[in-house]
Design a protein around this ligand. Sequence first.
Ligand SMILES: [Zn+2]
Length: 463
Amino acid sequence: MIDLLIRGGLVLTLEPNTLQGPVYADGAVAVEGNRIVAVGPTAEVEAAFPDAREVIDARGRIVMPGFVCTHTHMPYVLGHNMPVDFSQLHSFWDMLQKMGWKWLEDLTTAQGVYAATRYAAAKMLKSGTTTVCELVEAPIALGRSPSPLQCSAQAVEEIGIRAQIGFEVTERVLGVPVLERLERANAEKGFTENLAFLEKHPPRNGSRVEGRLGVHTAFTNSYQTLRQAREVADTYDCGIEIHVAEIPRVFLVEKFGKSAPEVLEETGLLGPDVIAAHCIDLTDGDLEILRRNGVNVAHTPMSNSLGGNGVARIPHMLELGINVTLGHDCFFTLDYSQYFRYMYLLHKAHNANPMLIPPFQALDIATGNGARAMGLDDEIGSLKVGKKADLIVIRPDSPTPTTPESVISFFTMTFEGRQVEHVIVDGRVVVKSGRLTTADEDEVHAACLEEAKILWRKNGILI
Ligand SMILES: [Zn+2]
């Protein structure tokens, strides 16, 4: 007897990718433990596995692998809608130093990390994101117990999303402009936090929560720290998550005489185990550096638009064969469909070319490419026998028929996170009929609200 049978749905395998992956109009997925043991036409799967402990009737639904978010900061939800003085934000530089650091990250406690991560993970699961690459930024929480990474992992463990988690290594000094002074000792604190976590949550040990080394940027770290990051990544085989070229290229060129990709290549940090978020203001030469080092790009179009940072050259990267994935930074809603659609439309508008990023490519970016970037492509990103059972069941409620011919366009045109009905991660049903099964949603929400109030009060907001 198997543990779970999902039957009668329109099954998108996306294996090996969206264009070539079989689609079953009346399909089923069989799950035993945390693995997929069969995918195919319902009649065939049911003949092979006639008994299941739990059956999900997916008639009229889409069954597919969950979405992969390759870059975010879940504690950022504490700053959602915060009534700060936007007139102080004249540039992205202001936004980073004030909204990002002074008003948010530099005030976030371990308790805030825990409450916000539970809330964000729950919302992400409910709208179809089953895997996230999380970069925790909470410097005042370092060196205390519980540590910020422990709190992040505990939240992720409880809510049930799959995650790689790291703490950003940075030499930045709280309250001091980064151009004025950096301190190596701060990077050491970040390394200590990451190393303790990597010892407890080593990558590739089959667990749902893994460590990944977090590094802030090329401009908030010395060459010594960037070199050390590569050593740690090699020692632990954990990969690196880092922000690259979120700020204008000229800033780094003025400081180092080199662009961010040039600095990172010179220090040896780049490689196919690196997820580089943003990658906006880059020349052809910079893109070539990313390509030849096999770097994965986490595209974050909405937060880049918010900061007026410009538009990353995603179509060009795809042409070069760079592995492009989708992240979100947790600045806005946690509904992946919004970032997905924004990415799908942005490059068409920006380049006045409707042929860019066709629907099948957008879906690959959101699933298989993300799995590859995280080094998890043998485990997740498509529905295949032997892979981990991370999948979602969507009730499209579209005004038109959802068929094997129309289903790919459904995602770019009408998909919304609220249509996600059931979510399975690691073989466990974590969302059933739109409700989280792993925690009390009202309690998770209330706890996040309390932590948000604490953080807002630190900013002088009376609440
Ligand atoms: Zn970020």
